[in-house]
Write a protein that binds this ligand. Structure first.
Ligand SMILES: Nc1ncnc2c1ncn2[C@@H]1O[C@H](COP(=O)(O)OP(=O)(O)OP(=O)(O)O)[C@@H](O)[C@H]1O
Ligand SMILES: N[C@@H](CCO)C(=O)O
Length: 321
């Protein structure tokens, strides 16, 4: 099973990796996880890398995310610095698409990880926010309110009759928050906007030792915006993955760990419930879109939309076959 949309020939990936000065390729294998881009484990004579072919058409966002990952790595966040080429720093082009590569992090992705991992990840998010507070560079949040509304319309076009109103209703809650007085005055900064379990890696230094965070990655949705929304995205993503009785503890652990480093401002605390609900809507619409898109492309590694479905019933059509 592979999560690869663009099956590049080994020679093409090898050429890019060579351009990055990483030595000859020993093996290439597509990753199992991933829903937006095509990722490959590339082992060269010198290093173990992950190469990502960015499926997005815009050039600005990929180069922003690569620069951000690079800057964060320099600022002490555990994130793999992208490899640099001589002619095209931080990325290479292959078949008209952009390819970035970085170190293959040790350990495993944090799927089914517990509260300790959620806390460490939330701490890293706080470090990210603090490191980027003074950043003057502006890159819009591509999965913001406008994207959620557009995606909800797309998902509604595919979803079973009767679900459209549900989608419209939920996305209008996000619009209401964004348009509410005071939203613009919430503290802003650079945000990851997708720090869920699949984008974090954990490693145990020895068999008996506790796992620690070996790194965070996937800055492809990163952009500028209200930091409380980013915090809510993290909290909601981790909360949704655990058993119902543990959900509240998971969210509380994540928010507590975040606030140990960056306490939320009064304004942020007063809209946290709306922010959490909006985060849930963001994931729900992105997963619904991914679900319908991947049914067409036949991709088998799908994110489950139902984890973020609102409490009332919206039927999601089962993939045929
Ligand atoms: N630097 C890395 N080290 C180890 N594994 C990685 C690394 N980068 C990516 N991966 C693996 O590839 C998978 C997909 O990567 P990534 O999350 O960047 O893809 P994506 O297509 O943007 O997916 P999504 O939006 O669903 O997170 C990860 O879940 C992880 O298993
Ligand atoms: N990481 C997102 C996919 C892109 O928005 C999700 O889990 O739904």
């Amino acid at each position: 099973m592979m999560a690869v949309f663009t099956a590049l020939p080994r020679s093409a990936i090898g050429r890019c990796v060579h351009e990055f000065g990483q030595g000859g390729v020993r093996s290439i294998r597509g990753t199992v996880l991933g829903s937006e881009n095509s990722n490959f484990y590339v082992h060269t004579l010198e290093r173990r890398l992950v190469a990502t072919v960015l499926e997005a058409s815009s050039v600005a966002a990929p180069s922003f995310s690569a620069c951000l990952a690079y800057a964060l790595c320099l600022n002490g966040l555990p994130t793999p610095a992208p490899c640099c080429g001589t002619n095209a720093p931080l990325c290479a082009t292959v078949g008209g698409m952009i390819l970035v590569a970085g170190a293959n992090l040790l350990g495993r992705v944090a799927i089914l990880a517990g509260q300790a991992a959620a806390s460490r990840t939330a701490g890293s998010l706080a470090v990210l926010h603090l490191a980027c507070l003074g950043c003057m560079y502006y890159c819009p949040h591509i999965h913001g309110e406008a994207w959620v509304r557009a995606s909800a319309m797309l998902a509604a076009a595919h979803s079973p009759r009767g679900s459209q109103h549900a989608l419209e209703h939920e996305t209008s809650l996000l619009a209401r928050l964004v348009l509410s007085p005071g939203y613009d005055r919430l503290p802003r900064g650079l945000c990851h906007y997708d720090l869920f379990q699949d984008n974090v890696s954990l490693v145990a230094p020895s068999r008996t030792a506790r796992e620690r965070l070996s790194g965070c990655f996937d800055f492809h949705f990163a952009g500028c915006g209200q930091m409380v929304m980013d915090t809510a995205i993290l909290s909601e993503a981790w909360r949704s993955q655990c058993a119902v009785r543990e959900r509240w503890d998971m969210a509380r652990a994540a928010l507590h760990a975040y606030q140990t480093l960056r306490p939320l401002a009064r304004r942020e605390r007063s809209c946290i419930i709306e922010a959490l609900r909006s985060a849930s809507i963001r994931f729900w619409t992105s997963r619904l879109c991914g679900y319908y898109r991947h049914r067409v492309t036949g991709m088998r590694s799908l994110h489950e939309p139902r984890a973020f479905r609102p409490a009332w019933h919206v039927r999601i059509a089962r993939a045929s076959g």
